[in-house]
Write a protein that binds this ligand. Structure first.
Ligand code: ADP
Length: 720
């Protein structure tokens, strides 16, 4: 008898044994249903063996009609679980995030014209038949709506044999992309890079490549050539393109569609249940060829993954911070290695980790140094706010005010960047001095004027702005402090009364449709001044945009994050890069109180490599990543006392390790979140130490009450 070890998508330490009935065809990687506790659950056959069972096993109930998960994918799940110190079942849960995808698509009835004419013809019947003649197979309601009649007429025609009913899957397969359509005429530099990528794809081996090119240099066009090569190379090949979630707009998907004549399979948090199961099923069956998705798309069960693109590879949103923490870019490199696939990391401001990998010979680098045609990079100028600050109560310096006026005078467009949503990031009582916080959370409330609410950006909690201070009850004493995009918009409207001013943030552009609308109005010149949060930083082309103003360049530099400077540099240079994309030269004014900071200097000189060199030396000196390893252990408890007591116990249980240092427990910067008290240990180690194994050993020594939560974060980024 065969025994199947079935892994469930749950936080369980290992797979469980089941009997394989003779009637079922079960293979390693098969998706099955099997009894677990009181119910049947979906799981995955992790291994099969012929050993005689030691006890009576329950049988597998059902095998799904999905091709088994490949061995490589199973190895990837095991690797990701080990590396990130979680149970393999937790990673499997990420790979199985569309249950409906395991079943064939549901069907619906559609109608086409039959060859029998109905005996009785009414005007309504004629309308339906005329309409059906011009259409592909349609549902009864679509036919009825198109012909302007009731569905009863359609049914009547079907009964009379004039329309023929057929069953059609609700989830359509994705159209096959065409690699032979031609893209742009590439510049010599672009063509060289495209050739190298093509050759790498044709070799069919693991190859990590950094595609390092300034914004607008055509990185997308170049990696399109690699995709075309992979499509041509092998009729089963699948290609995964990862993008930061925020960049996954309809406009980007349409660009793929224009190039390959078929829409790619999408994967992101905004998909409907139906879209999600459709993409999942088509990927798992190996039919979807190009998949464009956010970080979680990395865990889709591809059948034949040959090429991975990680666009904007430096973007910190690739780091998943909740639940299973992982760095999708780093995991993608590992997946490519297991799959023997090519991986292209594209960026104008690559992460220091990636640059060091290039320097040490692990990754190849392709450079694109110019924008195609006559488009030029913008001139960046620092505005020293110490020398020429804005007037009291304003946020735009005199220099930026003049530049704005000049830009509008010349009938050109401006973009102001401030990474703070709402009107004011802090609400203070003038009377008692109290600052308003979110309930049971150490986070200030932000004032939103348009909605009249105070909002916690961390937990989403909100309330109408009260008329009285909740602490001292003074009336009308609550005051917003500091600038948000709404307040900057107010200032610009006063400065330039005739200007068309709009705000672009996740509050004003909820969902794809609203985002597309605002981008298209900006692109067509219907907006004069766009004021946006980091949502504006990504990949939009605004041909008439010549001025970018950065309101508060220093805001990202605060906080103890080891990547704060790097992140500020990346974000600001990306925003500045929005100016002057087409024929018009652009300029960027960067308002700062720290003009001597290396990140600001590098921006002003457009000297990324000098900045990276300084960052590199600092990190090497301090043996911080990527020169040393780092992990965090996060403890959360319902009250501070429990957290402190167990914090000490956890500290005592830390295994000894040569050159491994454990710091903490220290209170987290946001010490209380949704009523839970949070502490953090930081662990540093030399590069050669297996820190994942160390963390796993530590966790396995601990027996903690259920109210306590403990999770490891390998290579932590931010920590709130
Ligand atoms: P990146 O990904 O490096 O920011 P894109 O690939 O988006 O750059 O290219 C920027 C703009 O320049 C896009 O509108 C793109 O269509 C255009 N472009 C890129 N390469 C060419 C080319 N060889 N000929 C014409 N237009 C090009």
């Amino acid at each position: 008898m065969a025994i199947a070890q079935v892994l469930f998508p749950l936080m369980l330490p290992e797979p469980f044994d089941y009997e394989v009935p003779d009637t079922l065809s079960v293979r390693p990687g098969s998706y099955v249903r099997a009894p677990l506790g009181k119910q049947d659950r979906t799981g995955l056959v992790w291994r099969l063996s012929d050993a005689a069972p030691q006890r009576v096993l329950k049988p597998i109930q059902e095998v799904y009609p999905t091709p088994p998960m490949t061995e490589t994918m199973r190895r990837f799940i095991a690797f990701a679980a080990r590396y990130n110190v979680v149970a393999p079942g937790q990673v499997l849960a990420m790979a199985l995030r569309a249950r409906g995808g395991l079943q064939p698509s549901p069907e619906r009835t559609v109608y086409t014209l039959g060859d029998r004419a109905p005996q009785r013809l009414t005007p309504a019947r004629t309308a339906v038949l005329e309409y059906a003649r011009t259409q592909p197979a349609l549902s009864a309601s679509a036919l009825a709506t198109g012909a302007g009649v009731s569905t009863g007429v359609v049914k009547g025609l079907a009964d009379a044999g004039a329309l023929v009913a057929a069953a059609e899957p609700v989830d359509r397969v994705f159209a096959t992309p065409d690699p032979d359509r031609t893209g742009f005429q590439l510049s010599a530099e672009q063509a060289d890079a495209a050739n190298t990528l093509r050759q790498a794809v044709q070799k069919g081996q693991f190859a990590p490549i950094l595609l390092d090119g300034v914004t607008g240099s055509g990185k997308t066009e170049v990696y399109f050539e690699a995709i075309a090569a992979a499509l041509k190379q092998d009729p089963t090949s699948q290609i995964l393109v990862l993008l930061p979630e925020i960049a996954l707009t309809q406009a980007v998907l349409e660009r793929f569609e224009r190039r390959f004549g078929a829409a790619p399979a999408p994967w992101h948090s905004g998909l409907s249940e139906q879209q999600r199961r459709r993409s999942w099923r088509e990927v798992a069956h190996g039919r979807a060829r190009i998949i464009v998705g956010a970080r979680s798309a990395l865990f889709l069960p591809f059948q034949s993954l040959k090429l991975i693109i990680v666009d904007e590879e430096h973007d910190t949103s690739y780091k998943q911070e909740d639940g299973v923490t992982y760095q999708a870019r780093d995991m993608a490199v590992m997946r490519a290695k297991l799959e023997q696939a090519v991986i292209v990391l594209a960026s104008a401001t690559p992460a220091l980790e990636t640059v060091v990998n290039v320097e040490q010979g692990r990754y190849a680098r392709l450079k694109l140094s110019a924008r195609p045609g006559s488009a030029r990079l913008p001139d960046v100028e620092l505005v020293d706010l110490r020398a020429a600050p804005p007037e009291r109560g304003q946020w735009l310096s005199p220099q930026l005010r003049h530049a704005l006026a000049d830009t509008l005078e010349a009938s050109e467009q401006a973009l102001l960047f401030l990474n703070r949503r709402g009107y004011a990031p802090l609400v203070l009582c003038k009377s008692c001095g109290e600052r308003l916080k979110s309930p049971a959370t150490d986070s200030w409330l932000t004032e939103h004027r348009y909605t009249g609410r105070l909002v916690c950006h961390l937990t989403g909690w909100s309330m109408p702005k009260p008329a009285h201070c909740p602490y001292c009850h003074a009336e009308g004493s609550l005051m917003g402090v500091g600038p948000g995009v709404e307040r900057v918009a107010e200032e610009v409207r006063v400065l330039l009364p005739g200007a068309r001013v709009e705000i672009f943030s996740s509050d004003t552009a909820l969902g794809g449709e609203a985002t597309r609308e605002i981008i298209s109005r900006m692109a067509s010149g219907d907006i004069d001044v766009l004021i946006g949060t980091q949502i504006v930083a990504k990949g939009h082309n605004f041909p008439n945009l010549t001025l970018v103003g950065i309101i508060d360049a220093d805001s990202g530099l605060q906080g103890g994050d080891l990547r704060a400077g790097e992140r500020t540099y990346q974000l600001l240079s990306q925003v500045a890069g929005r100016a002057g994309r087409a024929e018009r030269p652009g300029r960027a004014l960067v308002q700062t109180y720290q003009p001597d900071n290396p990140a600001m200097q590098a921006l002003a000189l457009s000297d990324r490599d000098a900045f990276l060199a300084i960052e590199r030396d600092v990190r090497e000196e301090l043996q911080l990543p990527p020169f040393g390893r780092m992990a965090a252990l996060i403890l959360s408890a319902p009250d501070a006392e429990t957290a402190v007591t167990f914090g000490q116990q956890i500290a005592r249980a830390a295994p000894n390790g040569e050159n491994i240092t454990v710091y903490g427990p220290a209170p987290a910067p946001i010490g209380i979140l949704r009523g839970r008290h949070r502490f953090r240990f930081l662990i540093t180690a030399p590069k050669q130490v297996d820190l994942s194994a160390y963390m796993a050993a530590w966790l396995s020594r601990l027996k903690l009450p259920a109210a306590l939560r403990l999770s490891a974060d390998i290579d932590p980024y931010s920590f709130l």
